[in-house]
Design a protein around this ligand. Sequence first.
Ligand code: BMP
Length: 206
Amino acid sequence: MAEIILALDVTDAGKAVEIAKDVSEFVSAVKVNYPLVLSAGIGIVEKLRDVRPVIADFKIADIPYTSSLIAEIAFSHGAEAVIVHGFSGRETVKAVLNVAKEFGGEVYVVTELTSSCEFFEGISEKIAVMAKELGCHGIIAPGNRPEKVAKLKRIVGDLKVLCPGIGVQGGDAKAVVEAGADAIIVGRSIYEAEDPKEVVRMLSEL
Ligand code: BMP
């Protein structure tokens, strides 16, 4: 049974907290991304972490200094984990890891995007190797490409593999869990559903 991470890409703070509370018993974490933080402010991380642990999906992709500042803001507002783009390179990932260590937080590395692999071909495996070598906590792998998830899981071994791309983007939760995903990241299929709690309950039984 894989964990379920709620991707909370709504733009209203009140609605975000309401949905997170509604499904909290079935999700291991809430992932916040720019749509929510840019509309509700960084304080939303503090509100949500009272409900479930928060993963700050800022897809950090900058020089090491700027990246460490972004990570520091996320962790100091209560995020448990941050997501960094692996293509930014080793020094950036190391800078983010150093900040994470200060806060006892976690770092997940994007290997390739669910929406496009044209420029990632051949590099996502190298990113996975780097994430493993640096001692990151896990990777983000494309849940709509189970064969790629299986390949990346073989590379990272005991690191956690978190997979978005389920539902609206075409990925199948069962297939991706069988491919080795430790957690599925699901957004619209949950928060746009008439009964979000029922959707996560059903996913939790897969
Ligand atoms: P949805 O289930 O509504 O498609 O949401 C997926 C979530 O995962 C979004 O927050 C998106 O930014 C994120 N995501 C993704 O879809 N593909 C990736 O490759 C990496 C992501 O972080």
